[in-house]
Design a protein around this ligand. Sequence first.
Ligand code: 2PG
Ligand code: MG
Length: 348
Amino acid sequence: MKIKDIQVLKNLSSQGNETIKTTIFLEDGRQESIVVPAGISAGKYEAKNVSCDEAIKQTETIKNDLLNIDWTQESLDTKLVSLNLGGNTSLAISAAFWKINNVERNNAKPQKFPKLLMLLFEGGKHGNPNLTIQEFMIVEESLEKAISDFKKMKQYLVDQKIETTVGAEGGFSPLSFNNNSVLSTIKTIFPDVRIALDTAGSFRQETLGYKELIDNYNIFYLEDPFSDEDWEKWSDFYNQFGQKILIVGDDLTVTSPTRIQKALEKKVINAVIIKPNQNGTISGTFEAIKLARENELKIIVSHRGDDTDDDWIVDFAVHAQADYVKFGGVDRGERIAKYNRLLELGMH
Ligand code: 2PG
Ligand code: MG
């Protein structure tokens, strides 16, 4: 596929930050755009982003190197890596190119529904910091049920006159709640539901440790229970709970084959978050997925805290046959965009 032109513009993300919208025009007349998301609680080993202005400058500077060459995804991505660009600059080009062949707007076929991690409450850097756990999610088998459960929780908060803000990813974030009140509320409303938590590597729980949490609540998934350097704690935790729950690397593994390999060697995870912008190219992201699959890790494809209206991550998740997806609560336009795309793909 030969690229005829690349355009790059400034866009705003869901947090009002500047990001890039990159459009690729092929010689055969096809074109696709991508608006790049960013993390709020980004891991320190992620591909490094550059400022929006710098990403625009980088794109303009290198684009002539990319024109009129017959690229495959792999050859384009290899070239992008060799150019040493910001993660946002390179992912935008790589993902826009990927979209051209892989995002079908009009004739999308019904697809298998990945299990959905529906976000109910959020705290940490995403919401009310009294909630030291960043994300409280429940596992759902259908979008319809997930939406109805989200609304049920909303109704409960309204009925109880609990004032709440909306967190960065569309979850509830009541100022009067702490981790315990969230978990007991979820348990009261959904006694049998399986709960997934992302502590984003910085769990501070006054009264309960992880063991009590797992025993008292129906926790089946813990993402980043420790920081990305605490290998020993991860390892002890895996030895204790690895047979019982999903132990998920996100900031630990940053969609990097090298970091995933290290986590496998140290035997600390049985599941992994996949976020293309942590890696910087689509081929690099698929390499991470391949390594994860070969080692029987569950795959969770995820949006970002500072996301955009772009919905291509849904197509990516379906294409990657993710076991689970994380697209936030049923609130805020950039999250609804993902759920609308699931609907368009016939996944109800
Ligand atoms: C996470 C993500 C998405 P952020 O930690 O899993 O929920 O948050 O993009 O802010 O890193
Ligand atoms: Mg995370």
